[in-house]
Design a protein around this ligand. Structure first.
Ligand code: PGA
Length: 257
């Protein structure tokens, strides 16, 4: 993993956006894997800015989101469909028919999940997957003890995740108990991965992901198996790493790459 440390969330997000934009410029038909939550908001803002001010063109791109709450309609204000419209899609020129998000209302969930995997495959696979990180080490909604070989599927959320996400809902009771999520094996098939994590609440999960053993209890540790992962951290999220000086040294060596 290539670990990059930044003074704050904004600086890290601008740098992460630069990597996404470089891919889109190099490969106009890029397939992007997208994430939701608080973490990628500044990244999306920067991509929208580059679209508006620098002509960054998403018209040839295809996107696949990681996950969606089961039971929420696309029109529900807390759905990830709604989040994506509000925070990214309305600000760029992605063709709606090439944006893909699991359907939280799918009647036959296993068939829908198999179809989602098939769509990713027929689009040529994900070129660049954007990830956030749960405070319990989840990626997508792959909760601790998820199989490292898991594919897109129905997943029961932990109380930890429901509590973390309750800030977006009127009450904890309203937070869905289930989701549809890409699996860990699905995520690992992306050609490149960028993971962002900000704030001290993520520090323990970040340290386990980067420096801990590969373990189903920390789904993000599966990223250790992937050859092209870049991790963007602020000071708080990096605070429990033991090899910070080494990462800083490498970051200086790689500056500009
Ligand atoms: P957050 O969620 O970005 O809202 O902190 C991250 C995640 O759960 O993956």
């Amino acid at each position: 993993m290539r670990v990059s440390l930044y003074s704050d969330e904004q600086a890290a997000s601008v740098e992460a956006a630069r990597q996404v934009a470089a891919l889109v410029r190099r490969k106009p038909a890029a397939v992007l894997g997208l994430a939701t939550g608080g973490t990628p908001l500044a990244l999306y803002k920067e991509l929208i800015r580059q679209h508006g001010q620098e002509g960054l063109d998403f018209s040839g791109c295809t996107t696949f989101n990681l996950d969606e709450y089961a039971g929420l309609a696309p029109s529900h204000p807390m759905s990830y469909h709604h989040y994506m419209r509000e925070n990214f899609f309305e600000g760029v020129n992605l063709p709606a028919e090439r944006t893909n998000i699991p359907d939280g209302l799918a009647e036959d969930i296993p068939a829908h999940c198999a179809d989602y995997e098939a769509k990713i495959h027929s689009a040529g696979g994900v070129d660049l997957q954007i990830l956030g990180l749960g405070s319990d080490g989840h990626i997508g909604f792959n909760e601790p003890t998820s199989s490292l070989g898991s594919r897109t599927r129905f997943q029961t959320l932990t109380e930890n995740t429901r509590t973390d996400n309750a800030r977006y809902f009127a009450s904890l009771e309203e937070v869905p108990r289930h989701a549809i999520t890409m699996g860990i094996a699905t995520i690992l098939e992306a050609r490149e991965i960028i993971l962002l994590a900000f704030g001290a609440a993520k520090a323990a999960a970040v340290a386990s992901m980067i420096e801990g053993p590969l373990a189903a209890m920390v789904p993000a540790s599966a990223l250790q198996l992937h050859p092209a992962v870049r991790v963007f951290l602020d000071e708080g999220a990096a605070s429990l790493l033991t090899k910070k000086d080494y990462y800083r040294y490498l970051q200086q060596q790689c500056a500009g790459q």
